[in-house]
Design a protein around this ligand. Sequence first.
Ligand code: IMP
Ligand code: MG
Length: 177
Amino acid sequence: MQLGGVLISESRIADAVGKLADRVSRDYDLSRVVLVGVMDGAVCFLSDLMRAFGEPVDVTTVRMRRYDGTEGGEVTVSLLPPRDRIEGREVLIVEDIVDTGETCAVLSERLSELGAASIDVCALLDKPSRRTHDVKATYIGFEAPDVFVVGYGMDCDGVYRNLRDVCVLEGGESELN
Ligand code: IMP
Ligand code: MG
């Protein structure tokens, strides 16, 4: 697939990240929060978001993957943090994009088993039209149309993660709410 146009520019992303950090700071006592970044897609978002907070915050990561790499495959978590990092904490899952919601739903279940006091999701992008799983996602940067996007951490077969803007692949549309 060919790279298409820019859907969200680097400067709009930076603006949204700052606003999300401000909202989270207002809503939470940051000393009780742990950010759980979902690798690999959230690598850029997590890195910018955590540095947008004006005070220290606990940060960790998990790795999520589909068992067989296809849409129907089972989602599994690897490298889950130990119980003492999660128990009694306000957990904020940091995701690049919430699509069907399955990744966040599966991860929320694991984190809840580890004794999280609360769980919410902070995602740069949301594709609500694709949702099949109920997910609490209070902190969303942008609502995206149902097109495949790459850049700012998001990939197509491992490529394009390093683009500064969020772009569509050829054939996609460039509309954004
Ligand atoms: P979900 O489990 O269907 O919500 O999908 C979650 C994961 O699929 C996201 O964390 C992304 O890593 C990946 N994903 C979903 N849509 C896109 C896209 O348009 N581009 C790149 N990755 C995507
Ligand atoms: Mg992801």
